[in-house]
Every structure is written in C-alpha cells, then in structure tokens.
Design a protein around this ligand. Structure first.
Ligand code: GDP
Ligand code: GDP
Length: 456
C-alpha cells in the first residue's frame, strides 16, 4: 500500500507541472508508452526515496457558480480518499476568490492540508508566501514546481508523518551497480515467485461488468473460494483455487464485502483501483465492447504498465455486439492498443461466461512471463543479434557499444545492459532493444524494464 497525495487548486497554479515532476520517473526505462503521458489524472509518484500515488484533482474551475458546482464529484471523492492534500496557489497572483472557496472547503475536511505557494522563482518567497496566511491553513510552503525548488523538502514534510502507516513508501535505495544475480539466487527467487498465489485484480471503469465477472468466476464449480482474511482500504482479498493454481482475487467491485450492511451501490473509486493495481501481480482490465476503448481505459492501462504489473484485457459484453460491428471494434482496439501489443485481448461475456476460461490461461501466461528465468548468456546473445540487425547510433563521432546483458530482477523482468556511452542512447533505440528482448524471450502480458550501465 502506498500513500495517496491529492493536488488541489484552481486552474493555472501549476498542478500538472508538479504532477509531471512527481511522476516522471528517472528510473529504469519501463516500457515507454508514447501517447499516454499527457493529461493523466493519476500516476505513480516517485521522488527522492519515496513512492506514492498522486492524483491531480483537476476539476476546480472559476468562482461564480459556488463551491458545490465548482468541484466535480470525482475531485471531491479524490480529496476524500487521499491521505494528504497539497493545495496549490500561485505566488505571482496572490489570493483569488477561487483560492478562498477552495480553502473554505478544505478547512471543513478532516484531512491534512499543505498550503503550497508555487512559482516562487524570481520572487521574494517569504513576502509572497505571507500573503496566503490569511487563508487560515497554517504554514505556507514555497516551491517552484517548474524548477523543482522546494519540492523535496515539501514531500519530506508531507510524507514523513505517514511513515508508520505506509512502510512501503520507502523505495529501496538503488545500488549504483545492479549485481548480476547468481544462478542460485535467481533460481530461488523464481521458485519463490512461482509458488506463491497470483494476486489478481479485476479493474475497470464503472459498469463495464467487473462485479458480473467476479461473481461469474467465484460461482464456477471449478473454483474453490476460501475464507476471506482482512480487508485493505476498500478492496477485499479473496483466496481461491482454480485448476490447481492458487490465486488471491482482489475485488475492487465490492462483490464480497464482509460485515457491511449497506451493500447497496458501491461507489467507483479511482484510489481503490490504483491501490488494487499496486497490490496485484496480474491485472484483468475490463472494458465495455459497446464503448470500444476510452481515454480513461487507456489511463488505467498506462498506470498498470508503469507500475510494472502484468495485464490481460477483457473486452466484455461481446454477446450484445452485432456481427458487422465486431471487426470494426477489433480494428479500433488494435489501433489504440498498439503500444501494448504484448497484452492478450479476450472478447468475453461475463454474463454468459463465454471465454472466461481463456482469461485465466492468459493470466497464467502473463505471470509466467513476468517470472521467467533468463540467463546472462541468453540475454547477451539476444542483445548481440539486436545490435547486428540494427546498429546503435554514433554519438559525438563514436559508435555506442553494447557489451553484455544480464537479468537484474523479475516480476516484472528487469534487464541490465552494459556498454559504452549507453546513457547517450536515444529513446527510440532503447525502445527497439526492449521490444527485441520481449519478442525474443516471448514475454506476453508483462512490461519489461531495461536499464543501461556505463562501462565494464
Ligand atoms: P494547472 O492548470 O494547475 O495544472 O497549471 P499548469 O501546470 O498547467 O501550469 C500553468 C502555468 O504555470 C504554465 O504556463 C506553467 O509553465 C507555469 N508554471 C508552473 N509551475 C511554475 C513555476 O514553478 N514557476 C513559474 N514561473 N511558472 C510555472
Ligand atoms: P461494474 O460496475 O463494472 O461492476 O459492472 P456490473 O458487473 O455491475 O455490470 C454493469 C451492467 O452491465 C449490468 O447491468 C450487467 O448486467 C451488465 N453486464 C455485465 N456483463 C455483461 C455481459 O457480458 N453482457 C451484457 N450484455 N451485459 C453485461
């Protein structure tokens, strides 16, 4: 579990600038997904040695309509579900009426709020910040999101009080030189991963059929459902067995809520969904065939892949689709899912149970890919043939030279490539290598990380 930080503020104060700074990972090149980076509402925050979930609440506009109308329902819910709120104001503009509306609302919430004056670059920070004390939210933190100034300090202040509750928020300090795993260590790690139950989350927008699918799976004769242990945030963990394989189903749809009298309508929750993804090994992303695929579906998929989780896509409600519309929908999916062509897509009917078995075949395949043992000599051979087919470019008159590759971890697979001037490799070549590894190793359903190391 990771803490959730919500960014709140009127338009133009710098929320998306801060969001991008917090989520822009300088880590290993995880599958690079062009086209999915703009206008995201939520992402994995990775900054200094912290990891967290960040939600840009976005929808707080003008001032005339009154607060209730100002804040979109989802924004309110995101604030409600966040652990902390960063309330951004613009140090250059001073207090506006919209700031006052928002401050009023936040003061009534029982939620830690950090009032943050952005754009202090080139200003007398203390003087600019002093303006905002009158909002009645305590200290005013000073940052320049565009330049990163003050951001580390702010995050430390915000996240440290959450340390006990979220021990996972500390990232493991990256060793300067990832070790080549010894044969024995790699084997032990793989065996451990393959023996554990697959944590499987069923996610998707409201009404796509998550509950129907969950019920369908749990109701099947071949599935043995065990007693449920505790709950985490809002999702329920359901241990089950199917065809001799153990799973833990992470029920984001709220099908099996224990000890809850009001089972009525389960509120869709982005935060719950994001936490479920973080906790899962494999995610089934359910989409509604009647709506083909929406930006929100793609945002979720991007989050899954950036989190390093494996994915299987279930296009649900296929029973209701006219024969001549089917090909059009398939073409449209191919086009929009091109960046994730390693994910299996199944056309299912949760209502009738059609193709649900195939989903599980792909779930197992994805997890097997994520935990597949790959040796140094095999990876180095693949790297060499990639290099032969397509030479790395010249950088400052010298050809970038790749020397050897080894596994740096599993679930998702991490491949470490050593060479000269590798830090200067263009993104396009890195992506080429990643795809080459993926295809050669026949890895389906899992993102693959490739890291580059200079020298040796
Ligand atoms: P949002 O509408 O709250 O998401 O705001 P944006 O992130 O889109 O930023 C609005 C404008 O403020 C953009 O032109 C940014 O370049 C600018 N901006 C954001 N952060 C800073 C900063 O730290 N300093 C300065 N000078 N400008 C900034
Ligand atoms: P959730 O909000 O994602 O959990 O979606 P539900 O499982 O509650 O389903 C939303 C609606 O879609 C309900 O009316 C379901 O009966 C319907 N539905 C779910 N799966 C299917 C399906 O495979 N085919 C058809 N035709 N309708 C379905």
């Amino acid at each position: 579990m990771l803490p959730v930080v919500a960014l709140v503020g009127r338009p133009n104060v710098g929320k998306s600038t801060l969001f991008n700074r917090l989520t822009q990972s300088r880590d290993a090149l995880v599958a690079d997904f062009p086209g999915l980076t703009r206008d995201r509402q939520y992402g994995q925050g990775r900054y200094d040695n912290y990891q967290f979930i960040v939600v840009d609440t976005g929808g707080i506009h003008g001032k005339e309509e009154g607060l209730d109308l100002l804040m979109a329902k989802q924004s309110l819910q995101a604030i409600d579900e966040a652990d902390v709120v960063l309330f951004l104001v613009d140090a250059r503009d001073g207090i506006s009426a919209a700031d006052e509306f928002i401050a009023d609302y936040l003061r009534k919430q029982d939620k830690p709020v950090y009032l943050t004056a952005n754009k202090i670059d080139g200003l007398d920070g203390d003087a600019a910040a002093a303006d905002f004390f009158s909002l009645g939210l305590g200290d005013v933190y000073q940052i320049a999101a565009a330049h990163g100034r003050g951001v580390s300090q702010l995050l430390r202040t915000v996240l440290l009080p959450l340390e006990k509750q979220y021990p996972d928020m500390h990232r493991e300090p990256k060793s300067a030189e990832p070790q080549e795993l010894t044969e024995a260590d790699a084997q032990a790690e793989i065996e451990r991963l393959q023996a554990q139950p697959i944590k499987l989350a069923i996610i998707g927008r409201p009404n796509v059929g998550k509950s129907t699918l969950t019920n369908r799976i749990l109701g099947e004769d071949r599935v043995v459902v065990f007693d449920m242990p505790g709950t985490t945030r809002d999702s329920v963990y359901i241990p089950m067995e199917r065809d001799g394989r153990e799973y833990v189903l992470i029920d984001t749809a709220g099908v099996r809520r224990r000890g809850r009298i009001d089972m009525a309508v389960e509120k869709y929750s982005v935060v719950k969904t994001l936490q479920a993804i973080e906790s899962a090994n494999v995610v089934i992303l359910v989409i509604d065939a009647r709506e083909t695929i929406s930006d929100q579906d793609l945002n979720l998929l991007g989050f899954v892949l950036n989190a390093g989780r494996s994915v299987v896509i279930a296009v649900n409600k296929w029973d209701g689709i006219e024969a001549d519309a089917k090909q059009w929908i398939k073409d449209e999916l191919d086009r929009r899912l091109g960046f994730a062509d390693f994910a299996r897509v199944h056309f299912i009917s949760a209502l009738h149970g059609t193709n649900v078995g195939h989903l599980f075949t792909s779930v197992q395949e994805a997890y097997a890919s994520a935990t597949k043992r790959v040796g140094t000599s095999q990876l180095t051979r693949i790297m060499e043939s990639a290099q032969e087919e397509h030479q790395p470019p010249l950088v400052r008159g010298r050809r970038v030279k790749l020397k050897f590759a080894h596994a740096g971890g599993y679930n998702p697979p991490l491949i470490v490539v050593h060479g000269n001037q590798v830090n200067d490799l263009p993104e396009s070549y890195k992506r080429y290598l990643m795809n080459y590894f993926r295809k050669s190793l026949k890895l389906m359903g899992t993102p693959v990380k490739v890291e580059f190391r200079e020298g040796k």
